[in-house]
Design a protein. Structure first.
Length: 157
């Protein structure tokens, strides 16, 4: 993803695609997700939830998905678009930092499932790991992935 376009993607994707959008779960999706509805969120909604995570605290993409589903009164939030929009928010934050902005979305506090560091964020696993360690989290290598030790204790409620 081009960092140069991240802010534009964050701010204009919803308008161009009519997001957020609630869709009925059917066909092949129902085998994986069950019955009901899902929301394809506005990327700015994902960004706003990521912004709410205070220093020393953490969240996961799945926690964000649960909050989005509750907000839109759906069974689930789309895992694919929620992950993509979190990545766009992360790259937009770094674009803002590069332009001199001090207050950016603390994307490094948003982990993948099981406390795994996200290699698709700016700086990759090493970049996110350094930012997490700077805030006092312990990150270890577990197999091929990096994970935050006892991340569950620091999850935003």
């Amino acid at each position: 993803m081009s960092i140069k376009n991240a802010i534009e993607k964050l701010n204009n994707t919803a308008r161009r695609q009519g997001l957020p959008k609630v869709v009925k779960i059917d066909g092949k999706m129902s085998k994986r997700w069950g019955e009901g509805t899902f929301v394809i969120p506005d990327p700015r909604e994902v960004d706003e939830l990521m912004k709410k995570v205070a220093k020393g605290k953490l969240t996961t993409i799945n926690d964000i998905r649960v909050k989005l589903a509750e907000k839109h009164k759906t069974t689930i939030a789309c895992p694919i678009t929620t992950g993509i929009f979190a990545s766009i928010a992360a790259h937009a934050a770094e674009e803002m930092r590069a332009s001199g902005k001090k207050q950016i979305t603390p994307y490094w506090r948003t982990l993948k499932i099981d406390g795994v560091v996200n290699p698709k964020y700016p700086g990759g696993e090493l970049g996110q790991r350094k930012l997490l360690e700077k805030e006092g989290h312990k990150v270890i290598k577990k197999g091929a992935k990096y994970v935050v030790v006892d991340y569950e204790k620091e999850l935003v409620k």
